[in-house]
Design a protein around this ligand. Structure first.
Ligand code: ADP
Ligand code: MG
Length: 240
């Protein structure tokens, strides 16, 4: 059996004095892709921010174990060096930083030719000389995020709604590129509508509801249940 790249044990997190995540436990095996579903405000982005060690997300109790090591107290840069990579739901604008320069800074052995090829595939060639995300449309920002991850090649990809606000053609483009990147790597992907799942091999899904894990199982079955019966159905799921 594959070992776990990530284990989250009884994790409770507060932000600005408010408890958002409550006793969350789950794991991701090496090479596994897990979907994270949940209604708005459930705490999905909070979970991802906490995993990467973003300042302000205070662990009240519990542990985050990455590659067998407790990383609760590691700063964000050390976690990135260990192999975490994130595509933000709302990517920050980096005024004065060209996309090309950011890609060259965080490229993990990716050659300049490969970056050019990746940019071409993601329709980002003419964005390379622009400031990161400045004046980019929603879909362009999502493509720029995946371009950065494709260059960084992290061992665990955390993707926060890579398909939200993206048109049908670009979801396909992004989904195929994400799937290529996931080959031999692990992922945790937040999606609402699940468009991206048409292009990604997701092994398992977990549902976060009001800061707690409500359910887990087959991604397509859970997505169908959510679409048919709403998120509340996850709370009544007899298998969890
Ligand atoms: P999701 O990604 O599932 O939609 P979030 O993790 O973004 O949800 O937010 C979960 C809850 O935590 C929301 O009620 C949100 O308002 C709150 N929250 C997140 N970040 C902050 C913050 N910096 N200050 C106060 N509340 C926050
Ligand atoms: Mg969110």
């Amino acid at each position: 059996m594959a070992s776990n790249i990530l284990e989250v044990r009884n994790l409770s997190v507060q932000v600005e004095g408010r408890k958002i995540l409550k006793n969350v436990s789950f794991e991701i095996a090496e090479g596994e892709t897990v979907c994270l579903f949940g209604p708005n405000g459930a705490g999905k982005s909070t979970l991802l921010y906490t995993l990467i060690g973003y300042p302000g997300y205070q662990i009240v109790s519990g542990e985050i174990i990455f590659k067998g090591k407790v990383i609760n107290d590691l700063p964000v840069n050390e976690r990135a060096n260990m192999g975490f990579g994130i595509a933000f739901q709302h990517p920050p604008k980096l005024i004065g930083v060209k996309l090309k320069d950011l890609l060259n800074l965080a490229k993990n052995g990716t050659s300049e030719e490969e970056i050019e090829e990746l940019a071409k595939r993601l329709k980002m060639t003419e964005f390379l000389d622009r400031d990161v995300n400045f004046g980019f449309s929603g879909g362009e920002m999502k493509r720029a995020e995946i371009l950065q991850l494709a260059s960084l090649k992290p061992d665990l990809l955390l993707l926060d709604e890579p398909d939200s606000g993206v048109d049908v053609e670009n979801v396909e483009l992004l989904g195929k590129e994400i799937q290529k990147l996931l080959e031999g790597r692990s992922g945790l992907i937040i999606t609402h509508i699940g468009y991206i799942l048409n292009f990604i091999k997701a092994d398992r899904a977990i549902v976060l509801y009001d800061g707690k894990i409500a359910c887990q199982g087959d991604p397509f079955k859970i997505l169908k249940d959510i679409k048919d019966k709403g998120y509340k159905a996850c709370l009544e799921c007899s298998k969890c």
